[in-house]
Write a protein that binds this ligand. Sequence first.
Ligand SMILES: *[C@@H]1O[C@H](CO)[C@@H](O)[C@H](O)[C@H]1NC(C)=O
Ligand SMILES: *[C@@H]1O[C@H](CO)[C@@H](O)[C@H](O)[C@H]1NC(C)=O
Ligand SMILES: *[C@@H]1O[C@H](CO)[C@@H](O)[C@H](O)[C@H]1NC(C)=O
Ligand SMILES: *[C@@H]1O[C@H](CO)[C@@H](O)[C@H](O)[C@H]1NC(C)=O
Ligand SMILES: *[C@@H]1O[C@H](CO)[C@@H](O)[C@H](O)[C@H]1NC(C)=O
Length: 122
Amino acid sequence: SIQICIVFATFIVFMNLNFKIAVQDGARCYGALGGAVDLQLMDASEIKRFQWKKGGTLILQWKNNQIMSNIIENRSLFIPSNGTFRINNLSRNDSGEYKLVIFDSNGTETGQRTLQMLIQGK
Ligand SMILES: *[C@@H]1O[C@H](CO)[C@@H](O)[C@H](O)[C@H]1NC(C)=O
Ligand SMILES: *[C@@H]1O[C@H](CO)[C@@H](O)[C@H](O)[C@H]1NC(C)=O
Ligand SMILES: *[C@@H]1O[C@H](CO)[C@@H](O)[C@H](O)[C@H]1NC(C)=O
Ligand SMILES: *[C@@H]1O[C@H](CO)[C@@H](O)[C@H](O)[C@H]1NC(C)=O
Ligand SMILES: *[C@@H]1O[C@H](CO)[C@@H](O)[C@H](O)[C@H]1NC(C)=O
């Protein structure tokens, strides 16, 4: 099954479906070892540019209505129509801090959202 972690870019809120509550920035997001997780950006259509980073590493870059780079493209999928970034075949190494960095159309950073990913399994 796919765990879902909902991220609002225009509000400082995360929705953790495991607990069905809105939580603050820095929320925990859980994935199952070997499973998949959806990082679901609710208001992606309102954002011109964004990046998903893990630690200091740029994972996914969205700009000019297209994916500019995705270093895990062979096990992930970004669905522009609904802002979902699905990461498949999770390993323990996928645990850690994920950061959404948001930019305006001029490339000026306008905000960040952080979540803590925890990959759990046998
Ligand atoms: C995905 O890409 C990485 C790096 O290019 C490679 O090491 C790995 O074997 C690939 N995995 C699959 C399932 O293709
Ligand atoms: C986003 O689209 C994908 C592919 O169609 C789908 O699997 C996923 O459930 C969608 N997510 C939402 C929240 O609609
Ligand atoms: C999933 O990732 C593991 C390493 O974590 C790798 O050994 C395995 O081949 C991958 N499976 C698929 C279907 O890509
Ligand atoms: C996980 O990280 C360790 C240490 O950085 C590395 O040796 C290992 O190859 C990584 N495993 C996968 C599946 O990426
Ligand atoms: C981008 O820069 C132009 C020229 O400096 C300015 O007129 C415009 O308001 C800026 N757009 C945003 C979204 O800040």
